[in-house]
Design a protein around this ligand. Structure first.
Ligand code: HEM
Length: 418
């Protein structure tokens, strides 16, 4: 099933829209709903099943405005709808902090993730990727690309964070269970049991790694977190742990989805793949289009710190506001032909990494991993053919693919890369 190729046909009546129900995201219904909201109700109220009201903003302009204005729209209460009542890590992790705490974690950790540093790691990432791809693409049998791509984030940032290779495959499954505990692919019991188990496994792993770094610092993010100045003191064990968790979750739950949605789009549009193979200098713009197309985080939630006006609606202090990034990235006021996947699209001011103070810190590393992936696929794959049913994640937060059976027609010719 290709979810997002065509523009919505009939307008959806507002009373049929439900942006909370995670099941609807498995069938691509969000695009028609977002389209209807952008055009008829750009600031729209709904309640969670527990009865908490949240306001949805869906246009590019409103989404960017909310995300840019971190003085009035706070992240500290929680940034995903699943924890509308408040995130237990609120105020403690980089993504759930307001200023000035946020800057004290962001600035030192950003240095580890800087564009220049991640570009220098390019060939190392390629080595990891070749090990992931080798033996999977060259025998003509269907391969589950979604499963394979779960390894992409650790190939990109595992070493930067400080996670040894032997933990890479288990950590990704626990991270995905943490974000989609009710999806059959990741559930290990009831939703609560799965969450508890996933958190326990991730925390145990990071506790162990933090203990090792306490004894001996390395050139990695865990060591940076241990030493940074957090308002005149060091972070305590729990705070370091939660932040490690946050970085790992940020990488793992998003990067594979871009790769999977991209391959699905190329399977759907063989001509676009042929064009890219013939013009590998389009790789950077293809990566940006894949980011826009996939928009792995459907929404980012904030809570108002003061009364605030958005469009025609006046919100009180303490209201929940959901900025639907996936909708902003299909806004026809900003993107020409937004439902077309166009690897040559320029300019492409997508919001897949967010915008403002919390803009994704791992963005440059993700761009490198995705570009190297494309280079490796271009060198090996003539075309992608769907070889079975594509299934999508049960989540209103992550726009995920759980199974993507693809048969790869391999290349017998050399492709010159730029
Ligand atoms: C394609 C891949 C990725 C996408 C689409 C993505 C998306 C995002 C978005 C939308 C935000 C903003 C959150 C907000 O405003 O509340 C964000 C923040 C963040 N991302 Fe990513 N991310 C990706 C890869 C990564 C990677 C590889 C890492 C690596 C460690 C990472 C770590 C983080 C962290 C720590 C934050 C919080 C930054 C802050 O609050 O200052 N992400 N990401």
């Amino acid at each position: 099933m290709q979810l997002t190729a065509s523009p919505p046909t009939a307008p959806v009546p507002l009373d049929k829209i439900d942006l909370y129900d995670p099941g609807r995201y498995q069938h691509g219904e969000q695009h028609a709903s977002w389209h209807a909201l952008r055009t008829t109700a750009p600031v729209w109220a709904q309640h969670t099943p527990e009865g908490d009201r949240f306001w949805s903003v869906t246009t590019y302009r409103d989404v960017s405005r909310v995300l840019m204005d971190d003085r009035r729209f706070s992240s500290a209460h929680g940034t995903i709808l699943a924890v509308a009542r408040g995130d237990s890590a609120g105020g403690k992790t980089i993504n759930l902090m307001d200023q000035p705490d946020h800057a004290s974690v962001r600035l030192p950790t950003m240095r580890t993730m800087a564009t220049r540093l991640v570009r220098e790691r390019r060939e190392r990432v390629r080595g990891h990727l070749r090990r992931i791809l080798d033996g999977h693409l060259d025998h003509g049998e269907p391969v589950d690309f979604a499963e394979l791509m779960l390894q992409l984030p650790m190939a990109g940032v595992g070493e930067i964070i400080g996670i040894p290779v032997r933990h890479w495959s288990s950590i990704v499954r626990w991270a995905m269970a943490g974000v989609a505990p009710a999806d059959p692919e990741y559930a290990t019991g009831s939703e609560e049991d799965t969450l508890r188990h996933a958190h326990h496994e991730l925390m145990a792993l990071f506790s162990d790694l933090i203990g090792q770094r306490r004894r001996q610092r390395r050139d990695d993010l865990i060591s940076v977190l241990l030493d940074l100045d957090f308002g005149g003191r060091r972070m305590n064990e729990h705070e370091v742990l939660l932040n490690c968790y946050s970085f790992a979750m940020g990488a793992i739950t998003t990067t594979p989805q871009v790769a999977s949605h991209m391959v699905l789009a190329f399977a759907d549009q063989p001509q676009a793949w042929r064009t890219l193979r013939a013009n590998p200098d389009l790789i950077p713009s293809a990566v940006e289009e894949a980011l826009r197309w996939a928009s792995p985080t459907n929404h980012l939630m904030r809570r108002t710190l003061t009364e605030v006006q958005i469009g025609d609606v006046r919100l009180d202090e303490g209201e929940l506001v959901c900025a639907w990034v996936g909708s902003a990235n299909r806004d026809e006021q900003v993107f020409a032909d937004p439902y077309a996947f166009d690897p040559a699209r320029t300019p492409n001011p997508h919001l897949a990494f967010g915008v403002g103070a919390h803009r994704c810190i791992g963005g440059p590393a993700a761009q490198v991993a995705l570009a190297v992936l494309l280079e490796e696929l271009i060198a090996r794959c003539d075309r992608f053919e769907l070889a079975g049913e594509v299934t999508h994640l049960y989540s209103n937060f992550i726009n995920g693919i759980t199974h993507l059976p693809v048969r790869v027609r391999t290349s017998d010719r050399e492709v010159a890369l730029p």
